[in-house]
Ligand binder design. Sequence first.
Ligand SMILES: Nc1nc2c(ncn2[C@@H]2O[C@H](COP(=O)(O)OP(=O)(O)OP(=O)(O)O)[C@@H](O)[C@H]2O)c(=O)[nH]1
Ligand SMILES: Nc1nc2c(ncn2[C@@H]2O[C@H](COP(=O)(O)OP(=O)(O)OP(=O)(O)O)[C@@H](O)[C@H]2O)c(=O)[nH]1
Ligand SMILES: [Mg+2]
Ligand SMILES: [Mg+2]
Lengths: 283, 287
Amino acid sequence: IIKDGPVFDELLEELELVMLEADMGSRALAAVLVALRSELIGSRLRRGADLTRVIEASLKRALRSLLSAGYWDFNATIDQMVDAGDTPVIVMMVGVNGTGKTTTTAKIAHRLKEEGKTVILAAADTFRAGAIDQLETHAERIGVRCVSSERGGDSAAIARDAVESAKARGADVVIIDTAGRMTNKINLMNELQKVHRVAQPHLVLFVGDALAGNDAVEQAVEFQRTLKFDGAVLCKLDTDAKGGAALSIAHATGRPIVLAGVGQGYDDLQQFDPDWLLQMMFE
Amino acid sequence: GLKAGIFGALSRLKGKRKLDEAEIKELAKSIRRALLEADFNVRQSKEITARLEERMVEEEPLPGVTLQTHAMNIIYTELVRLLGPPKEIRPHNQTILMVGLYGQGKTTTTAKLAEWWRRRHGVKVAVIEADVQRPGAYAQLQQLLADSPVEVYGEPENNNAEEIVRNGLAQVGNADVVIVDTAGRDRLDDELQAELERIHKVANATERFLVIDAQVGQAAGPVAAGFHELVGISGVIVTKLDGTARGGGALSAVATTGAPIVFIGEGEKVADLEKFESDRFISRLLG
Ligand SMILES: Nc1nc2c(ncn2[C@@H]2O[C@H](COP(=O)(O)OP(=O)(O)OP(=O)(O)O)[C@@H](O)[C@H]2O)c(=O)[nH]1
Ligand SMILES: Nc1nc2c(ncn2[C@@H]2O[C@H](COP(=O)(O)OP(=O)(O)OP(=O)(O)O)[C@@H](O)[C@H]2O)c(=O)[nH]1
Ligand SMILES: [Mg+2]
Ligand SMILES: [Mg+2]
């Protein structure tokens, strides 16, 4: 029988450290460990079984179920919507500054185009220096249309124009790239809500940075509260980041990570795989 | 926040005049947990609490000072010690190299620094856009400094970063301060590492600043170590402190490089740059 005590505590603490060093948020981790304790304490330990292995296996199971909760297949979902004639499918990208929204917009557009879909991009970041140039260059390289205006234009108007243009042309998908913004800036979050009301997207994707520590939770919770997103994209998983932010975001919002950004190239977008992330974290 | 975590740990000291060894160990453990939750790395958390333990044993609280306040003061002074003494940059005969991970705020901060020195010191500043990876990088820097007399050098059609730096220095190298903006990179990308080595050789930078986002977590230490190994980081700039992130991870960058934080970014506009002040940073970190 697995007993509560200093031996169990120490093993749990070692695993806790591994998870914290992999950027899993403290609140999510605490919740998982509390559940782990109640699962294991008082349960039978098979003859010859190694307690460390048992605890680790249990932890991985708990983390995998956390990452798989509510999971949906991005590509399959777009396909279903297009096949059902519910076009143009409108996807909206949101997140704080510099996480990878614009690059992910281009990657998704490239992937969908390769599958034979017509995609239109909305350069709805009308604020930041070089933002329109950046997306327009991507659009040119991938070979998709980009709806944009002068810098300083109304973000919601661009989104609406792109949707109108898509309807007129019978395009399959519209992807709206929005400006990065801090969640504590009320006016910017209000602006985003306006873009959302005007564009009425089928899917909202929260784009997070795998390099983020505990702030990933703050960001995700606030975007979930003000906008409700359907899934998250975690970018820069090809860096020194261990990706623990995926667990914190899933735990805090109940929304799944659906896509992974693994580089700066158009092909560096993968369907998110919980086992792949867990392997990376436990290495 | 961190303050709540530390105060929570210290609340058990209420009414106590002296702690025994076991109590000091317990306190250190809960402070360590609070630091980790604020994105400090494991090694740093251990070092800070080791110092806390030593000083709780060696030092007596001053008369009239509670044990709680005494412990808080120790933590505060250890954080100040970690941050190190401030560094003044004289804006003359300087070539500044800006490096860092993807999307940290290097390009925006390049523009901010240029205006900071131009406005406050009336010196001639030029910037060189040596990012050949990101579409629209030159347009971004150009637009940021559209209303400024700062000279913006770039070759948007050239994909050789080292050549751009060489050509740029030949053209604007006579400025009092030249700032070279580079592409975001991670040490795991060999090609980008090699590119930075070449840029570094040509630039002959007098200062090499690591630009790091306040939201970065445990990766800050290894990332900073990588850049330090490549170019020798002489200063750290923490950006996006106007958001919800506190910059705890950035402290690992300071510890790994031994370089002080020189500026902080508090917004997207060119004017949103502040000189680093340790007590402001720490009180924000504590929340
Ligand atoms: N290595 C790597 N870099 C990435 C990834 N995703 C984005 N980037 C890089 O991160 C930087 C920022 O990406 P952007 O797409 O401009 O980010 P953003 O969220 O649109 O930024 P703002 O609009 O300014 O808020 C760029 O240099 C990208 O190339 C990724 O998955 N891996
Ligand atoms: N709120 C806020 N946003 C910032 C700050 N500094 C930079 N940003 C934003 O962060 C995003 C990324 O900034 P960039 O200057 O493009 O970052 P970068 O490091 O040059 O990115 P790459 O060149 O792609 O690696 C942009 O949206 C900037 O406006 C800051 O201090 N506060
Ligand atoms: Mg963008
Ligand atoms: Mg840049």
